[in-house]
Ligand binder design. Sequence first.
Ligand code: FAD
Length: 459
Amino acid sequence: MTTETRDIVVVGGGTAGCFAAATAAQEGLDVTLLERKSEDDGGHIACGDAIKGKSTFPDVIDREYLRQESFTNENIQRALFINPKGTNYDIPFKDGSGAVVDRKRYGEVLLEETERVGAEVQYNTVIKDVVQNGTVQGVRGVQNGTHVEYEADVVIDAAGSLSLLQDKVDFDGTNYDTNVTYQQFCSAYREIIETPEPVEYDDAIVFKPTEELGYLWYFPRTKTEINAGLGFQMNKPPMELVSVLKRDLENQPELEGAKVKDKLGAALPTRRPYDSAVAPGFMSVGDAAGHVNPTTGGGIPGAAKAGHWAAKVATEAISDGDVGEAALWEYNHRVQTDFGQRFAAMDLYNIFGSAHDVDELTNVVTALPGEMLIDLMGKKGAVSMSLPEKVKAAVVTAFRTRGHWGTLREAYEVNKLAAQLKEIYDEYPTTPSAFESWQARRDELMEEVYAVTGADPKY
Ligand SMILES: Cc1cc2nc3c(=O)[nH]c(=O)nc-3n(C[C@H](O)[C@H](O)[C@H](O)COP(=O)(O)OP(=O)(O)OC[C@H]3O[C@@H](n4cnc5c(N)ncnc54)[C@H](O)[C@@H]3O)c2cc1C
């Protein structure tokens, strides 16, 4: 067995791992990224391929090169929600256009850039264990068939959903979040299809509800190349993802004769971010720390930011000669007071949804006037209506939603609790010593959420 020594070792060469390793290299540290896949397969990751835009990425790689190479459709102007029971909802993006990428090329460029800025990337390296003596001090695995050990001041766990490393670390005596079960995850599957004719919705990301609190999506990489996929929450009965997608594809006249170019499935977290993702010598980033919007499944921007912030904080801790939990805590604070509070608030809608069946939710949605729904979703809507229009909308809503008032009342209450939860996350403690009392405050609010929605406790 060979033993190597580095300042930082990053496990996993996805978005989070690449941004972590690139940042550490830019900071002048000796860093190695270990990826289980081969170089040819690097970057081949199951995804819907939709991202908000290059502005969301930290400035540690050549973002323009990434855009040119992999952003195949930069003209996503709206989200189109197909309502199987009535009017569809078309929601324009107010903060500029989004993009759909060629995910394999995107992943390849990230790995390429990570190496170019000075990190070492080792492929064909499957990490199977951690080296720990109180503090995590490295990892062990198999590289091209040979046993290897890497010692490091800090190990960054970027190994994705349900990361194996977390089963190996002894978190006793730390605040690391171990309240993680597979029921807080979603199982998802996607195909890349090539259509003979251009689709009409090449400026939109298209969603459709499915059973078990999931949705089906059609995201156009180009006018003729579509990422089509779906998922279901793992606290619900399993769904036959491949056959449900096949049926839906067959029912779309415009997709007749389409060819499947690639198929891939994976689990993704649909839960709040880990309450704490640090332990002595150890930090988790991206999917490995639940950094995904639990209602949309969008995880790329969060993974990029988390990887960047973790490496920044680790660099400082290493230079101070202290990689203990308190020294790494600033990373938790950064995440929770940024996208963490938004994702934790979105999680309440996921919990609310889990207590109702999709049919019921679709009925409520169908009963609401489109403008009001858009307004509820925080985009432009009622605010832009004139007073007579608002009065008319209120009267129409009252008539059409008869029989759903209980559910609407609940949605209203959840909305209020989500705003309160954000405030609690804004006050996420700056040190581990205040963590327990913060958690107690947050859990008190969660009790109210379960009481209002009747949902089973998720955590
Ligand atoms: C079907 C699907 C659709 C999605 N759609 C979207 C979308 O449209 N937009 C969006 O923003 N997000 C989407 N997401 C979520 C997004 O893909 C993830 O949040 C994001 O990729 C997380 O990046 P990551 O680096 O944390 O993890 P990953 O991208 O999963 O990377 C983890 C890496 O670690 C490696 N690895 C794992 N274990 C080991 C080990 N033991 N040793 C060595 N290497 C290891 C893996 O091979 C992999 O390369 C989707 C996810 C799925 C599953």
